[in-house]
Write a protein that binds this ligand. Structure first.
Ligand code: BV8
Ligand code: ZN
Length: 250
């Protein structure tokens, strides 16, 4: 079923759901002015200094040129300094307060869900404002932007640190995917918001939810690789559609 607004039927599904899990991608931050990776549709992936995102955010470049990887992330951090949570992020934080069992799983590293007030948050791909030591693996906040030092040095042992972000070709951190799978499998309602669903293993989560019996609702201005398997496609912008689910209690 394809809808362009929240109908009474959809509202009832939402109101009756006891366990809601949500997977978000770059699209939910688009209305905060943060570029998406594919700019919607199959337009060219984001490039910077002539390199594709998939090369800039890769384990390979991290191994050969960590300074350039830090410059790439520092460039994105600079853009994020101005970014604020939009109505879509804020609506999801409101949903959590009203739902007895709510989990937000995000592919984004921009910290905007936490800034919007979401508490039960699984950051599958890490966080752009955190660094991780290459020697002792301790993590620390690295909010100086532009970076005072490239690479930042570990506050504990002084060794060089890397962005605490999962790059292409890297495993997700221990346990987080299992927690995301478990939250997807127990959901009554599973929302997939602002993702082209091409990156794995994140893109498997809606399938996990569906196989476990959840109703899957996609929120996106365009069709995606998983539109064929969802129960409802809500065509439009997250910032406009997600607040519609929140009826002020009379
Ligand atoms: C792994 C952090 C196992 C970094 C990210 C070949 C070589 C190496 C790896 C692979 C390979 N082939 C396949 C792989 C696996 C790879 C993968 O899936 N590649 C894809 C490209 C095919 N996956 C991995 O490498 C993962 N690890 O597999 O480990 C392993 C490891 C080692 C050895 C063996 C096995 C790790 C993946 C994590 C990578 N890190 N992010 C950074 O941010 O730079 S991924 C990054 O890209 C994002 O986090 C996100 O996941 C993805 C981007 O996707 P989206 O978020 O969906 O964004 P996109 O722009 O695509 O779409 C935006 C959508 O929003 C659009 O649909 C648009 O219509 C919509 N939209 C726009 N405006 C709005 C909107 N929606 C709502 N409202 C709006 N207003
Ligand atoms: Zn260290």
């Amino acid at each position: 079923m394809v809808l362009t607004e929240v109908t009474n039927e959809l509202q009832t599904m939402f109101d009756n759901a006891r366990r809601i899990s949500v997977l978000t991608g770059a699209g939910i931050s688009a209305e905060s002015g943060v570029p998406t990776f594919r700019g919607g549709g199959d337009r060219e992936m984001w490039t910077w200094r002539g390199k594709h995102v998939s090369e800039l955010s890769s384990a390979e470049l991290m191994a050969t040129n960590p300074q350039l990887v830090w410059e790439w992330f520092d460039y994105r951090r600079t853009m994020l300094l101005e970014a604020k949570p939009n109505a879509g992020h804020l609506a999801l934080a409101d949903w959590e307060r009203r739902c007895e069992d709510f989990t937000l799983i995000t592919q984004n590293i921009d910290d905007l869900h936490r800034a919007a007030g979401t508490l039960n948050l699984l950051e599958l791909h890490g966080n752009i404002w955190r660094a991780r030591c290459l020697r002792c693996s301790s993590t620390f906040e690295a909010r100086d932007c532009p970076l005072e030092q490239n690479p930042p040095l570990c506050l504990g042992c002084g060794n060089a640190a890397r962005p605490d972000v999962v790059l292409f070709g890297e495993m997700l951190s221990e346990g987080i995917y299992e927690r995301a799978e478990e939250a997807s499998a127990r959901a009554d309602l599973f929302f997939v918001i602002g993702t082209s669903a091409v990156v794995y293993p994140a893109a498997s989560l809606p399938i996990t939810a569906k196989q476990a019996g959840a109703k899957v609702i996609e929120v996106n201005p365009e069709a995606t690789d998983i539109s064929f398997m969802v129960d409802v496609t809500l065509l439009g912008k997250a910032g406009e559609l997600l607040p519609q689910f929140i009826k002020e209690r009379g």
